[in-house]
Design a protein around this ligand. Sequence first.
Ligand code: HEM
Ligand SMILES: *[C@@H]1O[C@H](CO)[C@@H](O)[C@H](O)[C@H]1NC(C)=O
Length: 471
Amino acid sequence: MGAFLLFVCLLAPFVLACAFRGSRRRRAAAATAACGKALPLPPGSMGWPYVGETFQLYSSKNPNVFFARKQNRYGPIFKTHILGCPCVMVSSPEAARFVLVTQAHLFKPTFPASKERMLGPQAIFFQQGDYHAHLRRLVSRAFSPESIRASVPAIEAIALRSLHSWDGQLVNTFQEMKLYALNVALLSIFGEEEMGYIEELKQCYLTLEKGYNSMPVNVPGTLFHKAMKSRKRLGEIVAHIISARRERRQQRGSDLLASFLDDREALTDAQIADNVIGVIFAARDTTASVLTWMVKFLGDHPSVLKAVIEEQEEIAKSKGSADEPLTWADTRRMRMTSRVIQETMRVASILSFTFREAVEDVEYQGYLIPKGWKVLPLFRNIHHSPDHFPCPEKFDPSRFEVAPKPNTFMPFGNGTHSCPGNELAKLEMLVLFHHLATKYRWSTSKSESGVQFGPFALPLNGLPMTFTRKD
Ligand code: HEM
Ligand SMILES: *[C@@H]1O[C@H](CO)[C@@H](O)[C@H](O)[C@H]1NC(C)=O
């Protein structure tokens, strides 16, 4: 979800819009507080108007250092100003549950308008209420274990192709993982058909992505303009694929497009296109970042890698022959590898936080959260709290031998907008690591140990790496 984030907020038009709205909102909030409930705002400093604490946030380089420092000073709920937006940050399991689960109707998802336009305004992330619930049913059923279990061999074929193409060469791990995640996402959306269109769709998607974080200036020649043109073309390609499917009236598949088309309250082609593009966007950098961190952490922890290899070799041996495909049941036996995935998602916490906006004045534990303020549940702070995870900076998959307490571990969020792709994400990670661990070796010893933020935390330079076959 790339960029449902902080850097998102960087864009000038959004900042200005926020700053203008902000002053009106602050007055409104003060009025409510004065004549009504007289609730205090959460503690914290707002910094200079409009500039807020943006500068401190960026000058600390690692944004997580900024959040952690604030939390130590003010506790689990505090206010600040980021790029012109007054924000309340929450970093306790209880507060995250309040915002995301139990009072989710009081907090709507919020994104800059230019991002909405680019991904598609009817995509699931931006919605609330009935339309959101409708979309969610269709998306969740396409990515449920029942639907994805049959695609294990097809995902495995994609994994083997990727690994084969890296063999012995210096590759950029993150870029390669992005290609893998893109191919799996396309498989889960379109099935194994319509390959003719898929190549062009990929190219358009890559152009769209390049423009995503550029200045939203829509004049010919800019990256943003190219991205908007590709966005239009993507809509046309999806419409072609839809009409080809309707003509063929083929049997129902279990992919996302089939789920969208097999629905009594039919969605429009534009609604389907917005959601197809949205799902690719949500699926790609997220999964690729986690996979890149797994390569890094396993390389850095040989004893953990050894345990993963043993588990995966056991599964490989239990197959009749070397090229007998993996099954869903095999992936359910990958307990050690699953804990490595969990611990990787905890330590790396690639989505450090998410954004909501209060739809009305909300009271939480005696504090006022004024209508219109952004509310940011800080996943990373929760995942790195020593109260829930002793020695939180240590990479130790065995801590997941015991299930974490509710709302202390939310790599996929929680509540109405939590990740409907989480089972698919875990599955594609298990399948890739089955082959990576059993057939390849790699060494992180020489790789740098730096971290970059852009917008997800990533090993420096996307982790350049050589994977070599063991035999
Ligand atoms: C390891 C990989 C992934 C991680 C860590 C991840 C994480 C998340 C999180 C935290 C959210 C909730 C954001 C919020 O509440 O604001 C989310 C939403 C979402 N994710 Fe994922 N995700 C991953 C992979 C995927 C995949 C593979 C797909 C699709 C195949 C996907 C599709 C979605 C969609 C459609 C939403 C929006 C749901 C809604 O608004 O109702 N994600 N993801
Ligand atoms: C989500 O919230 C519910 C209700 O508090 C809780 O039971 C569940 O364990 C939470 N999920 C996660 C992943 O923490």
